[in-house]
Ligand binder design. Sequence first.
Ligand code: 2PG
Ligand code: MG
Length: 423
Amino acid sequence: MASKITDLKAREIIDCRGFPTVEVDIWVDGEFSGRADVPAGRSTGKREAVELRDGGKRWGGQGTLKAVQKVNQVIKPELLGLDPTAQRKVDELLCELDGTENKANLGGNATIGVSLALARAGAKTSGLPLYKYINSNAHVIPVPLVNLINGGMLTSNDLEIQEFIVMPIGAENLKHGMQMCYEINFILHDLIVEKYGKIAVNVGDEGGFAPPMTGINEPMETLARAVEASGYADEIVYGMDAAASHWYDWEKGVYRMEGQEMSREEVIEMYVNLCAKYPVGSIEDPLMEDDFEGHAILTEKLEGVQIVGDDLFTTNLKFIKQGVEIGAANAILWKSNQVGTVTEALDAAEFAYQAGYGVQVSERSGETEDTAIADFSVALNAGQIKTGTTRSERTGKYNQLIRITEELGPKAVYAGKNFHRPI
Ligand code: 2PG
Ligand code: MG
């Protein structure tokens, strides 16, 4: 007899920043079968699915009881009795029930909670680990993008660019890559203390240092010194999430860095110079999120560098198509809560692959101990994952990847230099 969803329950839990978020549990044939926690962004793109927050005084307005109620009262009755492995059907039903373009009715945090929990329940019902359930040919272990210096909205410093990243593409495997990144981080720690004092090694939302730096040269030079000193310079390329919408002056229509106004052309030149000086493998959101044309110009200019659209695409087929048409960026950042269901996010990745784009699976700055993105990065054979530095809501994902590597045994292939298009 086919398995059936017999119960569904959402609750409000707490994420790594102390904000409430939604957790969803699913029971199949009377047995507890899947749980998912919903992550949350802070430097969000404006085209992301709507996150339902309660407002008012409680928990500074950040409460998620409304979203919890949507799951328990609106979604649950529709899902009882359905096949837990019918992911696409259930996700389509969620979209239908919501009835808006951006999950404004049910809340993307309600729908993705249900959708992710269902994926786990489907995996359990099928007797498979999540990554294998999503893709029976899952075998690529991603290169980690470890953001060692943090700025932007994820810290309290004045560093405009959000993330300065190292990518251990020359490592033998993920664990070896992690070792390189953390050894570099130890050296970076000492360099920062030496120059800025010990208060400067406090960390940002994603566990990277948040020193009092500004601009692009100071953080890159410091990071490069740490990399040189580590002896891993030949095994590393640099990455960056510029999150440029957040240092763009929307009223004046200019970029603003270290007090200077910059035109789109000047910002593009800044990246061209940077890439001439350092081995840069990947730049995310180099320009503001509405400038598809600028992204296309930059992508062409920086041939061989991965240009990733996060706020630009928000894991949404509609905007990825818009970008692909004119060659804006050559990779998408993959965050399932940006669009609101697992199926829509998987379809977005599939489309990106078919268009020759890469897929970088990513954390949100607000995470919990849920490690699903580690499984999804392998399921998508994405070849790359961005999931922070220290703090256990970040390292939990790396630890899960270490376990998956072990489980896959000789089948596991570390993406390494092929991170952009590993298969
Ligand atoms: C980003 C992310 C994660 P947030 O901009 O890529 O690094 O931040 O989750 O706040 O959008
Ligand atoms: Mg980003």
